[in-house]
Design a protein around this ligand. Sequence first.
Ligand code: C2E
Ligand code: CA
Ligand code: CA
Ligand code: CA
Length: 280
Amino acid sequence: AAGHSGGRMVRYDASLERNLTQRATIAADLRRGLTAGEFHMLYQPVVALPHGLVTGVESLVRWTRADGRTISPADFVPVAEETGLIVELGEWIIDTVCAQAAAWRRMHGPDALDSVAVNVSARQLLDPGLPDVVAAALKRHGLPPEQLTVEITETAVFGGGRALASVHALSDLGVHIALDDFGTGHSSLGLLRTCPVDVIKVDKSFVDGLNGTPQQEAIAGAIADIAEKMGLGTVAEGVETPEQARRLFELGYRRAQGFLFARPLSPSAIDEMLGGTSEM
Ligand code: C2E
Ligand code: CA
Ligand code: CA
Ligand code: CA
């Protein structure tokens, strides 16, 4: 069945309705969950190729409700964006990640991790307060800016404007900027000219396409070459097999992330990996 809504044709089906109901439920629950402290961060190692030693981590938010049900960020981050709650959740995430990064630095020394990455979504970049939130968190926890990497997506900065201005302000603080899901947006190469990027994170779809697909290999190789010529770092995302890791290394990639090396882990598991046992 199809219906009219403001002159626009809207296709209507049961899965869409289910989806909307689920979204409304998540939206109502998000604020409560934030107040109730139901969110925590996991950290996925970023490793050096070819040997696989951990050089950094990416923080990833998790929501475990009091009833034990966990909700994937793929489900609640978009809802948090639509409702604007991502700004408040994002401030908690930035503070938590800076506190954790500073704690690791104290426990394991300044060279234990190159960088700790935090994801920042499109809506957060539109908040004019974001650079100040990051600056305040760095200061509060005594974290040198270059040890924080802010991961942004191409689509978030594609339109320029406020979002791009925020990225410039963040870069001016001295934090590193990583372009996430690289290659999946509208203007990947164009952005490298207008946006202050330090690291390119090559999307998992390119890594998946590596084995035996010459076109995919050509693209992945070209991205590595451009990054090297521009003096940018690269991270290959979603590496699941030794063959992918080997091929990525041959194509020029020196950093990778994926289930082959490690899943997202608790802070104490990262501690153990870095050779300590203490909690923050
Ligand atoms: P992303 O930033 O691209 O994060 C990478 C996602 O890929 C993570 O999913 C990670 O667990 C998953 N992943 C890592 N290695 C592999 C692999 O080898 N194979 C496969 N199949 N997956 C792998 P996760 O944690 O479910 O996060 C999904 C998305 O939610 C993130 O994509 C990011 O866009 C968003 N997100 C997660 N945490 C945050 C956050 O703290 N703030 C914001 N704004 N967004 C977040
Ligand atoms: Ca990311
Ligand atoms: Ca910079
Ligand atoms: Ca990504």
